[in-house]
Design a protein around this ligand. Sequence first.
Ligand SMILES: [Zn+2]
Length: 214
Amino acid sequence: MKIVMLGAPGAGKGTQAKMIEKKYAIPHISTGDIFRANIKNGTELGKKAKSYMDAGQLVPDELTVDLLMDRIAKEDCANGYILDGFPRTINQAECLEEALSKKGEAIDYAIDVEVPDENIINRMGGRRACLNCGATYHVVHIPPKTEGICDKCGNELILRDDDKPETVGKRLDVYHAQTQPLIDFYTKKGVLKEVDGTKDMEDVFSTIVNILGE
Ligand SMILES: [Zn+2]
């Protein structure tokens, strides 16, 4: 079961990926983790990736796919895996498809956790953070005991720039511009599955289980 997770930042795809990992006992793979592991272990591919990062450049898609192919060749991926955060662009999706097809493989499911932008902007806009101790809250879901004050240290809570509606909106615009071609790509392959991400975490997950099978 080879799965690609799609979904806007804040749509909750990471949470769903972790739930899939647990139920189906297949690893949840992020390219960030792969980079870190390879750099830490000083592998050939890790050294190459690091040279781009050190120069402040993006790691080329072909190299990222090489790192990914190396990771999914490991034994724990024998029954499949969940890719989270990759592919992000159409070029990455094509590189991945090409590399997989050389092994006679392909992505089985591209699960798109769909949440309207408005909901994401509202969710993020309700976040509050304590810059003193790092605690985070949400005005509706995890409110502090006293409005605007951190339970743990008594500091004032703020809305981070990253969570402000205009910042979130811009990030979502970039996401949609990059992701629409991916959605079209996986639709053509017949593997795209859209799930309604506005529901409770557990409900979203049961929809996914219905798609993947018990
Ligand atoms: Zn605090």
